[in-house]
Every structure is written in C-alpha cells, then in structure tokens.
Design a protein around this ligand. Structure first.
Ligand SMILES: Cc1cc2nc3c(=O)[nH]c(=O)nc-3n(C[C@H](O)[C@H](O)[C@H](O)COP(=O)(O)O)c2cc1C
Length: 162
C-alpha cells in the first residue's frame, strides 16, 4: 500500500505529527509552504492567518505538487485556524485534484475543537473514501511523548483498516 502525508504547519505542531505518521507508514511527506509566508513569530499571525482562513483564500504555494495518482492512502494534516483548516490545504486540494483515494485527516489546535476543521476538510476532499481522523492540542509544546505515541497508533490503525 502506497501512502503519502501532506500537511501545512506554521509553528511545528502539524510538522511533528506529520513526520511521526510518515515514519510509521514509511511514506513520503510533503510540507506545504506559502509563497508569501504568514509571520510565525509575530502576533500578526493571528490577523493575517485568521483573516485568510475566514475569507477562504487559496494562497499560492512555493512548492509544486507531484502527481499523487500512484498513492492509495493520502493523510492530510492542518492546524486549526479560526475554527477551520489552514488555507494552504485549499490550494493543495485544487491543484492535486485527489479522487477515489483513501483519505485520513489530522488536526492540531490550540485547545479549541477540531471538529469543524475536520468536517470541512472532509468536504474539501469530497469524492474520496474518508477512513479516519485524529486531533492534538499543541503536541510540540504539551504532552509531546504521548502525542507521538498516539500518532503512531493512529497511523498503525490506518494500515489495519485498509
Ligand atoms: C491564525 C491562527 C488561528 C488560530 N485559530 C485557532 C482556533 O480557532 N482554535 C484553536 O484551538 N487554535 C487556534 N490556533 C492555534 C493553532 O491551531 C495551534 O497552535 C496549532 O497547534 C498550530 O499548529 P502548527 O504548529 O502546525 O501551525 C490558531 C493559530 C493561528 C496562527
């Protein structure tokens, strides 16, 4: 089974989970990068990022998206921004045009619910077979070892459910 992990991360939390899932699945990984990055180290990130999420923008990516047709499982990860997924995922979805794949989502929040983010990602990737999701609260800052273990177990469960 060929799988790939695709995620966006501003502050490293989704990066941690994405890397863990990719290692467990033994799969390649794509970190989505914005051509015009959100300023990670400034409080402006909440205004710039929050506004782009609320306005449902499709910001330009600086990385090109490879052909994903060979992959059976695609794992997609996003931080929660203003209750929903980060806009880089929207750009990815429109470029990659993924259909009829197994798809699974992970989301990292700052403590709020990830439910809307996950269900909106399901809608974004409509036309695929949604096989699972998992959520974390700032895993690179809090309870990191347990979060890594949870991500490994989740990735294993994805393999078993195929
Ligand atoms: C622009 C912006 C909006 C955010 N909105 C929310 C939110 O609505 N709910 C929440 O729980 N956390 C929110 N957060 C916190 C992030 O979801 C959280 O820190 C997450 O773990 C970051 O993942 P990352 O390190 O991969 O970027 C927001 C952070 C940013 C930068």
């Amino acid at each position: 089974m060929k799988s790939i992990v695709v995620y966006y991360s501003l502050e490293g939390n989704c990066k941690l989970i994405g890397n863990t899932v990719a290692e467990t699945l033994n799969s390649p990984i794509i970190e989505l990068k914005l051509r015009k990055p959100v300023p990670a180290k400034s409080p402006m990130k909440f205004i710039v990022g929050g506004r782009s999420a609320i306005k449902k923008t499709s910001p330009e990516l600086s990385n090109s998206i490879p052909d994903l047709s060979d992959y059976e499982l695609i794992v997609v990860g996003s931080p929660v921004w203003a209750g929903t997924f980060a806009p880089a995922l929207r750009t990815f979805a429109s470029k990659a045009r993924i259909e009829n794949k197994k798809i699974a989502f992970f989301a990292c929040s700052g403590g709020g619910s990830t439910q809307k983010c996950i269900s909106e990602m399901q809608f974004l990737f409509e036309g695929n077979d949604f096989i699972g999701d998992t959520s974390f609260v700032t895993p690179s800052l809090k309870d990191t070892e347990n979060c890594i273990h949870k991500a490994q177990k989740w990735a294993d469960s994805l393999i078993l459910s195929l």
